[in-house]
Design a protein around this ligand. Sequence first.
Ligand code: NAD
Length: 456
Amino acid sequence: MTTLELINLQREFFNKHINQEVKYRIEQLKLFRKILKENESLLFEAIDKDFGKSQYETYITELSLIYHEINLAIKKVRKWSKPKYVWTNLANFPGKSRIIPEPFGNTLVIGAWNYPYLLTLNPAISALAAGNTVIIKPSELALHTSAIMAKLINENFDAGLMHVVEGGVKETTDLLEQRFDKIFFTGSTAVGRIVMQAAANHLTPVTLELGGKSPVFVLPDANLKMSAKRIAWGKFLNAGQTCVAPDYVLVHKDIKEELLQELKKQVEIIHGDEPKGKETYVRIINKRHFDRLNELIHRDKIFCGGETDEEQLYISPTILDNVSFDDKVMEDEIFGPILPVIEFNNLEEIIKKVRTRPNPLAMYIFTKKRKIKERLIKEISFGGGSVNDTILHLSNSKLPFGGKGFSGTGNYHGKAGFDTFSHKKSILFKGLWFEPFLKYAPYNKFKLKLLRWIIE
Ligand code: NAD
């Protein structure tokens, strides 16, 4: 089937209004859950082949979140899709006002490779729940996970409703030339620009889930042991290949040495002193990323780690000390197991410095002081984040997840995902028994006075 044939098929399917029925959407979501559950062993096997990820980590960082998203959608989609009545203003008396969540229509979900299931299937769940058709384009870098998603979905769903198209730049470019009613993209800021430009040709709305350099602030009053444990967990999970991973640490100079020692200790507790080949520690996705990361390890600045194995695409959890904002490692998102630590003395100055950089996707603050938490949250613009923890804000489906500016536009998870894939159709229902004479000419001073009296 060509790209155009597939899109025409989905257009025809949508126009039949089959998935406008909430009952049908629920059936399909249940089928989706059943297929994933019955084929978990294949999903585990594929991700292990792609980058050596254990079943446990795949479950906590991907499958559990996908099951939660499906279960929530099944439970709530009736409520979410119900029209909502809102207050009607006096000028429209007598009338009623209703907002109807309407599916956009034919949607496209383009995913990144680092959480290959979560980043493609969760948006697809929201798209289905909202009554859309969906074409899923997983990343070609995670070959095995892309193939298993294509097999499971394409063999079990009507291609008119949901279909996986595998491939890289060429296939994505082909898709982007077509007209969709909504595009949901997860990936780099550079490709996000390409997607937004292509969408503009058709005036297609986009949600962009991008990346960025997410800072961690550690203040002198922080609980250092707990801070280090949570930073180390969030940074080296998936070997740092996480969009919301702490990218770099900004620590007050008075506690820097102590924090570095704690970080080293916690890395050893979590991953052991030789994480290579261990179930708890994943590999770098490919040679290109391995080489890129290798170049970011400034050998003179290694505090701990720094071991690499090109054949196994392994880079040990690495902490860099005495880093400055001018170092290469501080230019772009690291997206790997390297943690630069930068000390600061003056909070005001360091806030100013962070504010000059593109908006990060996430930010983390370790302090017990309420005023400092609130100040940092208020003064720095970022997608979302956690206080005294890392990463886990994304696991609460009540919190819309997404970036801002350079780190993305729009959001999803739970109800926010449903809303992202729905157009809000606003309708005014007018009664026929009254029509205000003020609406009509001739206009005169008396009418204007009366109008002002009513409105103001
Ligand atoms: P990427 O931008 O290279 O690729 C993403 C998708 O775009 C893939 O499906 C790929 O096939 C496609 N693509 C790549 N080049 C293209 C081109 N020239 N034209 C059209 N399509 C193209 O990103 P990646 O390497 O897969 O993922 C890493 C990035 O994604 C990081 O920046 C990370 O922070 C970000 N990310 C963000 C989130 C989030 O939720 N905000 C989640 C995961 C990853």
